[in-house]
Design a protein around this ligand. Structure first.
Ligand code: BGC
Length: 792
């Protein structure tokens, strides 16, 4: 290369890094300008690269290896995108580091021959954070995560997880936010903003329909385009359009016969051409079965690189061969490389930002605890059994008081420097029965069974419940003011949950424990509180036997303190469910089709039929009038709220069509005796036109500030046209149908007794046109009126 060219490139690189740097410190450079500068620099840089250098960017370095031109070797992360070091061409593009989430930054806490530690804060699991319905809080958590990522030299965070909780048994529901796409979108957008404001890219995942773990690498999900659009894609669509994530991760599974990583219609027609996604698409780890097809479809980065697990294909060689054979062309290689390099140039690695390896773990512990408290849900509180009074004598039962679960296993795990157990937390605020506490401690120390997760890294334990005598129960009831029974469950990546005792159902020991504690304490007029330290929905048919139930989910490293603060009333619970607790597992609309079917008789599940279409979660229960244990959107407080003066304040749908909106407002008053916050939810009941609609759908929500007794707050809600539309598959359009719409501004999806406010739409509003036939069903399937698929 000539000197002049070299000089020019270096100048461009400096200019870009300055521009990008300005963008990051929040000066006048906008995100768009930063992106444009990065895109131009990437274009220039890629034009100087050899084909081999480019292919080496498209395929990761292989699991556990540092990337080409890695400046930081960060241990325990998920992978790298290779860089390029070519002095002759003046290119010094460092490899970038990819690390998991969503409950924090996943890395190894210790390194060989290194006395330092690399702990990261364990934040509450996704579903608990979403249950706060607090988008500002989600953003704060994300900022803390972004700061930790930056401190440790991580460039892309492999989260948030945005899959819809189609069925309670999905093993990874704990990482995801909701059975509803609107809550999912709003939480994911805040998370995206928070992390990206710290200069780290998010990777929203798993795109799309990774809604079960059973044979996740090969399973074929048969889903109608309407259900895909309205339920499974919708949260991703909104997040792409409103928060511009730097990356998106395609999923392991197939959709309608083709691996998602190899679907041009999904990754190019829909994601890029319809939604305007500007970032890079990376595969899930070892996903897909044809590397050339992945690049051609628009899956730019093949991760983690190496050998594909299903096909044993060597991915880099496959691309080289594809190039030789003409199946992979320069145009596609350049396109994908430029998309990747554009995002790489924005990272801390490319900008040579120093890493401290010292994130502020103590500040972030407080953020984690606060977030956990804001999400926890009070499911039951008979005769105000809670809050307990400070210093009351509490008898603690259940091995989970010791075996407290901070989060799930797999890539969603985090390695914090501490975990506050539920016993430890409660001991700070109450007189915890020491005899019982010692009994549980000794039992746990001698009976726990250690396991390691699928990566061989995280230690987890299981432990049976100890058997207590009738005398022990009676003594505890006599000497304490109340009983707290804690039950826990584990879940993790790679397998689904089961409707068995010990998972969805209580074990016989747990049932006996609840019965024995309740009998003993109720006999002497004392209350029984159950704390659920679980990853997702379980059977709650035992709830009548206890006075209060706190759904704590998996609260992260400060679990015990957060639970104690709620039980003592230091924090008034304000979390609400983002998933329904049904009466019975068999009531779940997909209970008959989950975990999928073995269609070729080889003994393996290979196909999942999404028979229920758009009728997922509360959409189904409310439409079918099926009673549930705890409805979507539900959660109690220690105070009471009254909704007044709900009204529609604006309707520009007829005037502005696709650019129109509906606005509403309500006034919320704290009518109880304690300070508290309330989440108000807006459910829309749309007219039944040519498309059948669910009874109600969530279209907006807001949370009040902490209201003192007697205080009021006015909340307003804006619903853009797009969120009111339904998907008309035949017309390839999103439409708002004419007629009268009812809006319920309500404390939960149980809208019984709520007077709706109304607005009308005079003629059909076409909100968007979509790619004809994108994501079409394979031959041989029929779709019912709610998008459910059936074999012909
Ligand atoms: C998971 C992803 C994760 C990746 C890297 C995969 O097995 O499905 O969610 O980001 O591994 O650890």
């Amino acid at each position: 290369m000539k000197y002049g060219e070299h000089y020019r490139l270096s100048t461009v690189a400096v200019a870009i890094s300055l521009t990008l740097g300005l963008g990051l410190v929040g000066c006048s450079t906008t995100q768009d300008e930063t992106d444009q500068a990065a895109r131009a620099a990437a274009h220039e840089m890629v034009s100087k690269m050899s084909v081999d250098e480019k292919l080496n960017i498209l395929v990761g370095p292989g699991y556990g290896n540092d990337g080409t031109n890695a400046k930081n070797s960060v241990k325990g992360t998920a992978g790298y995108i290779n860089g390029v070091n070519n002095a002759e061409e003046g290119i010094d593009l460092p490899a970038v580091v990819l690390a998991d989430g969503p409950a924090g930054v996943r890395l190894d806490a210790t390194r060989k021959n290194d006395p330092n530690t690399y702990h990261a804060t364990a934040f509450p699991i996704g579903v608990l954070l979403a249950s706060s319905w607090d988008t500002n809080l989600a953003q704060t958590v994300a900022e803390s995560i972004g700061q930790e990522a930056r401190a440790y030299g991580v460039d892309f965070w492999l989260a948030p997880g945005m899959n819809i909780q189609r069925n309670p048994l999905n093993g990874r529901n704990f990482e995801y936010y909701s059975e509803d796409p609107f809550v999912t979108a709003k939480i994911a957008e805040s998370i995206t903003r928070g992390v990206q404001e710290e200069g780290i890219g998010v990777t929203i995942k798993h795109f799309i329909a990774n809604n079960s773990e059973t044979n996740r690498r090969t399973v074929n999900n048969i889903i109608s385009p309407r259900a895909l659009r309205e339920i499974y894609l919708r949260g991703f669509e909104d997040t792409v359009e409103t928060a511009q994530p730097w990356a998106i991760m395609s999923s392991y599974n197939k959709v309608n016969g083709t691996y998602t990583a190899q679907r041009y219609d999904l990754l190019t027609d829909v994601l890029r051409n319809e939604w305007g996604f500007n970032g890079l698409v990376m595969s899930d780890w070892f996903a897909g079965d044809n590397s050339v097809e992945m690049i051609n479809a628009g899956n730019d980065s093949i991760q983690p690189g190496g050998v594909n697990m299903v096909t044993k294909e060597k991915q880099l060689q496959a691309l080289q061969q594809g190039y030789k054979d003409g199946k992979l062309k320069d145009a596609e290689i350049n396109l994908s490389t430029e998309r990747i390099v554009t995002q790489m140039l924005k990272t801390p690695a490319a900008q040579n930002q120093p890493l401290t390896n010292h994130p502020n773990l103590s500040t972030n512990a407080n953020v984690s605890r606060y977030a956990a408290e804001q999400g926890m849900i009070l499911l039951k509180n008979h005769q105000q059994a809670l809050p307990l009074q400070a210093n009351q004598a509490v008898a603690m039962f259940g091995i989970a008081q010791q075996l407290t679960q901070k989060g799930g296993t797999g890539s969603g795990d985090v390695h914090p420097d501490h975990l506050v157990t539920i016993t430890e937390g409660l001991s700070q605020q109450f007189k915890v029965d020491a005899t019982l506490r010692n009994t549980y401690q000794t039992w746990f120390n001698t009976h726990r069974v250690e396991h390691t997760d699928q990566f061989g890294i995280s230690k987890t334990y299981t432990c049976e419940e100890p058997t207590l005598t009738a005398a022990q129960y009676a003594q505890a009831a006599k000497t304490n003011d109340a009983a707290v029974v804690t039950l826990s469950r584990m879940a993790g990546e790679g397998s689904d949950r089961t409707v068995t005792k010990g998972d969805y159902l209580l074990t016989d020991d747990e049932t006996a424990l609840i019965n024995n504690v309740s009998n003993a304490f109720h006999a002497v007029g004392k209350k029984v509180i159950v704390v659920l330290n679980i990853p997702g929905v379980i059977d709650t048919s035992w709830s009548e036997r206890v006075d209060s139930i706190l759904l704590a989910y998996m609260p992260g490293e400060e679990a015990g303190y957060a639970v104690a603060n709620i039980l003592s009333g230091k924090t008034n619970p304000s979390g609400k469910l983002t998933q329904t607790f049904p009466n019975h597992y068999n009531d779940v609309p997909s209970s008959q089709s989950f975990f999928g079917s073995d269609t070729n008789g080889d003994g393996e599940i290979d196909t999942n039929y999404y028979n229920e279409g758009i009728m997922v979660g509360y959409r189904y229960y409310t439409t079918e009038n099926k009673p549930v244990a705890y409805p979507f959107g539900y959660g109690l407080s220690y105070t009471n709220f009254q909704y007044d003066n709900s009204q529609v304040t604006l309707n520009t749908l007829d005037k502005l069509g696709a650019n129109g909106q509906v606005s509403l407002k309500t006034t919320i008053a704290n009518t109880g005796k304690l300070t508290g916050k309330e989440v108000a939810e807006v459910y829309i009941s749309a007219p039944q036109g040519k498309l059948v609609k669910p009874a109600i759908e969530l279209k907006a929500f807001a949370k009040t500030t902490a209201l003192q007794p007697g205080e009021k707050e006015s909340l307003s809600f804006d619903i853009p046209a797009k969120w009111l539309a339904s998907f008309d598959t035949k017309a390839n359009q999103w439409i708002i149908e004419p007629g009268q719409y009812q809006a319920y501004i309500a404390p939960s999806s149980d809208i019984t007794g709520i007077e709706p406010v109304k607005f009308t739409v005079k003629k059909t509003v076409v909100v968007a046109h979509t790619t004809p036939n994108a994501l079409a069903l394979p031959e041989g399937f029929e779709v019912d009126s709610t998008g459910g698929v059936e074999l012909n």
